[in-house]
Write a protein that binds this ligand. Sequence first.
Ligand code: DUC
Ligand code: ZN
Ligand code: ZN
Length: 470
Amino acid sequence: MIAMPARFDLVVRDGLVAAGDATVRADIGIRDGCIRAIADRLEDAIQIVEAKGRLVLPGGVDAHCHLDQPNYGAVCADDFRSGTLSAACGGTTTIVPFAMAHASDPLAETVAAYRRKAEGQALIDYAIHPTIQAATAQTLEQDLPELISNGYASLKIFTTYDDFRLGDPEILAVFKVAARHGALVMVHAENDAIIAMLKKDLLSKGHVAPRFHAKARPPIVESEAIHHIASFAELTGAEVLIVHVSSRVGLEEVTRARARGVKIHAETCPQYLLLTEKDLDRDIVEGAKFMCSPPLRTVADQEALWAGMARGSVAIHSSDHSPYRLTGPGGKLRHGPQSRFDQIANGMPGLELRQPLLFSEGYLKGRISLAQFIALSSTNAAELHGIAPRKGSIAIGADGDLVIWDQDRETPVTPDLLHDNTGHTPYAGMRIRGWPVTTIARGEVIVDDGHVLGKAGRGRFVPSRARVAS
Ligand code: DUC
Ligand code: ZN
Ligand code: ZN
């Protein structure tokens, strides 16, 4: 007698599966890494994972994180191995970090070299955003169109930082190429000239403590730059995503532009929803943990961002995981314990806590619905960055990327809880309600109740597809 192969490699049994605004009690069957069936009862599986009536949601998609990236002095504490481990332990099954190099390096080579860094290291799947630091003819006419059609259809540019920023003519040129070839352009939008002027004024008065970081980058720095970028997007027809929107006035610029038909979206991050500039008002070593750019804002800004999430004017909740150890040669305080605010590397860890924080503070506190949680933390990022429908939702044919949530678990945050390499977290001391207890990636249980079962290197590249060009 010939044995018939099992119908499924894995069935997640008896979950409360999110389907739009509702949840349904169902089994999910996965074969060859993809979801093949969602039904009341599925049998004939090699492995059964009992969800026991708990929520089963799509694996998280974190489309803004920095891993193994050169930073002109500071050293990224996480590579693909530690970064993806940390992400998986927090219920994220796909990441999209940035291929960044020196401006003079050819873009195509930078991207190929970055792909090699992920191979053999990544625990979960990944796409890659090329970062455009120089809009040369080679980049605009050859590398960029080729990359876009070869699975890199989501780019990033900066309007600030001497080593990265593009000037207006270059931004317009990139936007024209992106519009023609159907790429999304992520923009770090802060007005460089205002920052330079305010920084100079502050330093000349001896205002060097971490809290002056926020004074050097007030909200108008962001809103001016967003207005500027929205105008360029309107003119060229490019689709843009303003990353890490931090302020009420910044979000208002996005909302206004959207209302007049500009293809512009907003992303925000947990730090802008949960921390404030008061957190910077500590001594240098402690304050350094709370330094990111744009800087932390006020409670009123937090409220505007939460409201924007609930209304749909914020599309994506990403971590902007920018990992630096506190001390040591490449750490935040690499210029010493007396570092001035402008010498401290900007960024904080977030890959692991992004989902649990939004679940606890957003969904369980009633600030956003479950459907909004899913959209903000998975589906919208997958759609905007060109990796849907394979990623970001529970549907027949999608990858079997699922997370089982224990809504009753309470987890105190300590640096020891986390699997990244920074050794600190700005959320230490918080209690998180609800936890992603089981992470399943392409049908494989990779994390279960704190035990890491997946192997580094199992993660694969997921091409980002270009949108239909206008
Ligand atoms: N911008 C980012 O996107 N991440 C880290 C710091 C920064 O300025
Ligand atoms: Zn940025
Ligand atoms: Zn970033």
